[in-house]
Design a protein around this ligand. Structure first.
Ligand SMILES: NC(=O)c1ccc[n+]([C@@H]2O[C@H](COP(=O)([O-])OP(=O)(O)OC[C@H]3O[C@@H](n4cnc5c(N)ncnc54)[C@H](OP(=O)(O)O)[C@@H]3O)[C@@H](O)[C@H]2O)c1
Length: 231
C-alpha cells in the first residue's frame, strides 16, 4: 500500500510516516516544497529500523499534490489554518477510490490563539469540512487526533487508542487496519464522520494535560469487550 502524508514534514506526519514505514508500507512525505519533502524523507529513512529490522528506503518525498497521485491512502497533517487551502490544492490529484484520512484538530493556536482551545468549524468538524472539499468518490475518514507526535516519533509502543470515524464502514476498517500496525495502538469504530467533532475536541484537553504535567498524553477507552477493538 502507498500512503501519502500531506504536510508530512511536520511532527505528526513524520511520526506516522516512521511507524507505517516500519510496518512495511511505502510512504510519500508531502510538502509545499519538494526539496523539503525529499530532505525530510531522507532523515526519516535513517530512523526507520528502530529495532524492527525493516530496511530503510520505504519513505520518499514529493510536493503535496504530486504525493497524492500514486497513493491509495492520503493522510492530511497540516495546521487547521492551512486545512481548506491544502485540500483545494491537492484536489486535482485525488481520484475515486482513495481514502482521505484527516488528523486535523481545529486548534485556536493555528490562528494565533491557545492550543488548549478549539475553533468553531462551520461544517461541524475539520473532518466534515474535508469531506466537503474532496472530489466525489473520495472517502473522508477521521483518525489519529489523539495520537501524540512525540510518541509516534519514538521507538516505544504507542500507548493510545485510535478512534476512527467515517460514514463509510469499509474505508474506516481499512484505516483501522493501518492504525493497528503501529505497536501498542488499539482502534475503535467511532461511528459516523460527524463524531469527529467530539474526537477533535478531546485533543485540546490532552494538550492542557501535557502543558500542566509536562507529558505526552494519549487516550485509552476502557470497559469494552476485546471484540470492540477487533475489525
Ligand atoms: N502534533 C501533534 O501531537 C498532533 C497530534 C494529533 C493531531 N495533530 C494534528 O496534525 C496536524 C499536523 O500537526 P503538526 O504538529 O505536525 O503541524 P505543523 O508542524 O504545524 O505542520 C505540519 C506541516 O504542515 C505544513 N504547513 C504548515 N503551514 C502551512 C500552510 N500555511 N499551508 C500549507 N502547509 C502548511 C508544513 O509543511 P511544509 O512547510 O513542508 O509544507 C508543516 O511541516 C494538525 O492539524 C494537528 O492538529 C497533531
Amino acid at each position: 500500500m502507498t500512503i501519502a502524508i500531506v504536510g508530512g514534514t511536520g511532527p505528526e506526519g513524520s511520526g506516522l510516516a516512521l511507524r507505517f514505514a516500519r510496518s512495511g508500507e511505502a510512504v510519500i512525505i508531502g510538502s509545499r516544497d519538494a526539496q523539503r519533502a525529499a530532505e525530510s524523507a531522507a532523515e526519516l529513512n535513517k530512523q526507520v529500523d528502530g529495532g524492527t529490522g525493516v530496511p530503510a528506503g520505504a519513505i520518499s518525498g514529493a510536493e503535496n499534490r504530486a504525493a497524492c497521485e500514486s497513493a491509495e491512502i492520503v493522510i492530511l497533517t497540516v495546521p487547521f489554518a492551512a486545512h481548506a487551502e491544502t485540500l483545494k490544492h491537492i484536489k486535482p490529484a485525488l481520484r475515486p477510490g482513495q481514502i482521505l484520512v484527516d488528523t486535523t484538530v481545529p486548534l485556536a493556536a493555528s490562528i494565533g490563539g491557545r492550543a488548549t482551545r478549539t475553533l468553531g468549524v462551520w461544517q461541524g468538524s475539520a473532518a466534515e469540512e474535508a469531506a466537503e472539499l474532496v472530489p466525489d468518490g473520495v472517502t473522508a475518514v477521521a483518525a489519529f487526533h489523539n495520537t501524540s507526535a512525540e510518541v509516534l516519533q519514538g521507538d516505544s509502543p504507542v500507548d493510545c487508542d485510535v478512534i476512527v470515524c467515517s460514514d463509510d464502514k469499509e474505508a474506516a476498517k481499512r484505516v483501522r487496519n493501518l492504525a493497528r500496525k503501529i505497536p501498542g495502538v488499539r482502534t475503535l469504530d467511532g461511528g459516523k464522520l460527524e463524531n469527529a467533532r467530539i474526537v477533535e475536541q478531546i485533543t485540546a484537553l490532552l494538550i492542557g494535560f501535557n502543558i500542566r504535567h509536562k507529558g505526552h498524553s494519549g487516550l485509552r477507552i476502557t470497559g469494552l469487550p476485546p471484540t470492540a477493538y477487533e475489525l
